[in-house]
Design a protein around this ligand. Sequence first.
Ligand SMILES: Cc1cc2nc3c(=O)[nH]c(=O)nc-3n(C[C@H](O)[C@H](O)[C@H](O)COP(=O)(O)OP(=O)(O)OC[C@H]3O[C@@H](n4cnc5c(N)ncnc54)[C@H](O)[C@@H]3O)c2cc1C
Length: 451
Amino acid sequence: MKNIKDILPNNRVLTSPEELFCYSYDASSMEGLPSAVVKPASTEEVSKVVSYAFEKKAPLIPRGAGTGMTAGSVPVDKAIVLSLEGMNRILDIDERNLVVTVEPGVINAHLQGKLESMGLFYPPDPASMDFCTLGGNVAENAGGPRALKYGVTRDYVMGLEVVLPSGKTITTGVKTHKGVVGYDLTRLIVGSEGTLAVITKIFLKVLPLPEEVITLLCTFQGIEQAAMAVPKITASKIIPRTLEFMDNEAIKAVEAYKPFGLPSDAEALLLIEVDGARSSINIEAQRVADICLSLGAKIKVADDVYSRRKLWEARRAVSPALYRISPTKINEDIVVPRSKIPEMLNALRKIGEKYNLKIVNFGHAGDGNIHVNIMTDKNRSDEYQKAKDSVRDVFEATLKFGGTISGEHGVGLAKAKYIGMELSPLSIDIMKSIKRVFDPNNIMNPGKIFL
Ligand SMILES: Cc1cc2nc3c(=O)[nH]c(=O)nc-3n(C[C@H](O)[C@H](O)[C@H](O)COP(=O)(O)OP(=O)(O)OC[C@H]3O[C@@H](n4cnc5c(N)ncnc54)[C@H](O)[C@@H]3O)c2cc1C
């Protein structure tokens, strides 16, 4: 049988310890060394690598940019990492049908920029958009601030080309705006975290770029008022395109990381954006502002591109900035009905007190999606253990309020032991049976999602 080095040119098969180390971790705090990293440049090359792994029964880990938060692309069992970063071409932008075809290694923001220059719009905008790949977005069904109005990655994926664990290639879905022939394999693969197939092409729906955007920075002296503003805004029949939340710790961490001019004395802030036709959004922005004012907020309007960009840069800096508070963070991305946000934030405060841990919260409040960051230090074993124990309390509270334990980061390795808290044994069995149909040798990202 061939050696992996016979499949791809030598410079695209990495085996030195330094190179392997670079592919041993993602944005979670988990790690594991691969046995090799391969970098195919085409679907045919992906298929050859997968066929090799299938024959050898060797575990294979598809990987985009490694920005995942749940160790989805972290190798287990000395697996081979299949890096899609080199397959990064935008293959087609069909302006008449508003369909785009891309390879999986395209960076999200590169597509956004290209489309915007043509007056087009791809809404899914994870905060990692400057460095994560569209393949990783599809595999995780990534969301982002604009999910509130525009939905998540799944809502834009019309079809896929994928290499199955046998090495065979299929195309799922359609390039038309309707299509109901057979089971919806596209939806099954979106969010499957690299456990069913390798995504090699993506057909995406795009939209016309909204005419105008207004961004409001609303700061509150009480966290409850900020939390209460969220359901009040949506109850007023306005769906802003973003409704982002940061608590005081998150604001202070960002300002210490890089001074963006956020008010460090505010207990919480909401970053709210409305978009649409010029004629209507002034009215919407005013109504949103009135609601926040009635709850005691101070409001700043970012009315030019520069100040708007600066605010979003500040928002995207939260995650890295938190490492200023402590060297390790356990990041959960729970979702509750938005009307339950005040109660959930209160429950999180109590969990922090119970375990004597700092918990910093920010996130996509409009979706009820709170990024709960339990701040700790991996090297202080007692404290780290307490932090890990507190995760179960966070999930219990989330489920009690009718929520879900992950809104966008997926399960990966990090949450595998918790899925039974949310899913019934029968649902898990059905999912595992589907996995066996796709992947009888269990080579595709084994150990992820299911224990
Ligand atoms: C600072 C920061 C902010 C973030 N903000 C957000 C946010 O707002 N919203 C959000 O949803 N996420 C966010 N994330 C998480 C992360 O960026 C997303 O999950 C992203 O979709 C991962 O893309 P990636 O290219 O890095 O994939 P990776 O981390 O490399 O992989 C993620 C998963 O996808 C699989 N995969 C990757 N490519 C393929 C492929 N071609 N075929 C099959 N499977 C594949 C991997 O096996 C793995 O299971 C954030 C992360 C960071 C570090």
